[in-house]
Design a protein around this ligand. Structure first.
Ligand code: FAD
Length: 289
């Protein structure tokens, strides 16, 4: 089944994310994290693609496990900048062979040793979207950035390029993490004005430790609101307290989104089924209302 068909059904759809193991030995651990998450009834589980493409096979393997063994929709991430076009085509063909219908098409980080334009590489995610479309009837998701992508000085450019990406065949978007919902509402207004009408899944990252916050900031360039920083300042020294506060903060963001009419939400659960379970427990009555 395609994720877009699921998102178009009535009700609230909450999805989770895992990252694949770097080595084959780590497979069982990640698979068992997905097994626990599947019990929580997510709309789908996405599987990230390691920077540089090194975990490509494991992304496909975990996505297959989710789809075939757990009977949950899976979304395989795929990046293009760090691989040749031929390598990317090989991954798409393999996903098709495995019956994986849903791909999150991403550019990924530009490797330091590659300069664009390069004849044998896709430069932007929209080119990857066009390529995936040639290979069959996939449901294609893509990334978007409520606070702007780090490489763009002006948000207008970001939204213009986002429109180009969506028009090349994107079915839905998932946002970069954010910690202030007003930024998301403002972004939604701007992209709708620009004519981008596909479903947008806000990406919520539960921050359960001080070190995770630092990593998240480095990765996304996100701005942490004063309320979040006060929480970190007060509870950051205690792992148990910070975990509880981070779960409460993410829950609060989700409740606000639901209260404002958002129906589809993606949680960056990483490989932590306990965190996913705690948030879903906090929402148990809310998502039924
Ligand atoms: P693009 O859409 O290609 O945009 C990249 C930059 O180029 C932007 O600044 C954009 O405005 C600009 N641009 C786009 N089109 C044009 C154009 N025609 N002309 C000029 N400029 C243009 N990374 C991984 O390695 N693995 C993952 O699994 C992964 N999952 C992610 C999931 C989500 C939901 C998000 C938000 C990010 C994820 N990333 C992942 C990170 C992502 O690969 C990086 O943020 C990357 O820098 C940009 O990818 P993109 O697909 O958004 O690129």
């Amino acid at each position: 089944m395609k994720i877009i068909d699921r998102l178009n059904q009535d009700g609230i759809h909450i999805s989770f994310e895992v990252f694949p193991p770097k080595t084959d030995e780590g497979f069982d651990k990640v698979a068992s994290a997905t097994d626990e998450m599947a019990k929580l009834g997510p709309a789908f589980i996405s599987v990230t693609y390691g920077a540089g493409g090194g975990t490509s096979k494991n992304t496909a393997k975990i996505a297959s496990h989710i789809k075939d063994d757990l009977k949950v929709l899976s979304l395989a991430h795929l990046t293009c900048a760090s691989s040749t076009k031929e390598e990317v085509r090989g991954v798409i063909k393999n996903l098709k062979k495995l019956g994986i219908e849903n791909i999150l098409a991403l550019r990924g980080d530009i490797p330091p040793d590659v300069s664009f334009p390069a004849k044998d590489r896709f430069r932007y995610a929209y080119e990857l979207v066009e390529e995936i479309r040639k290979h069959g009837d996939f449901c294609i998701g893509a990334a978007c950035y409520p606070e702007g992508h780090v490489e763009n000085e002006h948000k207008e450019d970001d939204i213009r390029y986002l429109k180009q990406k969506v028009d090349s065949g994107v079915d839905f978007l998932t946002t970069q993490m954010f910690f202030d919902n007003d930024i998301h509402y403002n972004f939604l207004y701007r992209i709708r004005e620009a004519g981008i009408t596909v479903p947008v899944l806000p990406g919520i990252m539960p921050i359960t430790s001080a070190s995770q916050m630092k990593r998240s900031q480095e990765l996304s360039g996100t701005v942490f609101p004063r309320r979040f920083l006060a929480m970190l300042d007060r509870f950051g020294h205690s792992p148990a307290a910070m975990r509880q506060a981070g779960i409460a903060y993410a829950t609060d963001q989700i409740i606000d989104l639901l209260a404002n009419g958002v129906r589809n939400i993606h949680i960056y659960t990483m490989n932590k089924p306990d965190v996913a379970a705690a948030i879903m427990g906090n929402l148990s009555e809310i998502i039924k209302a």
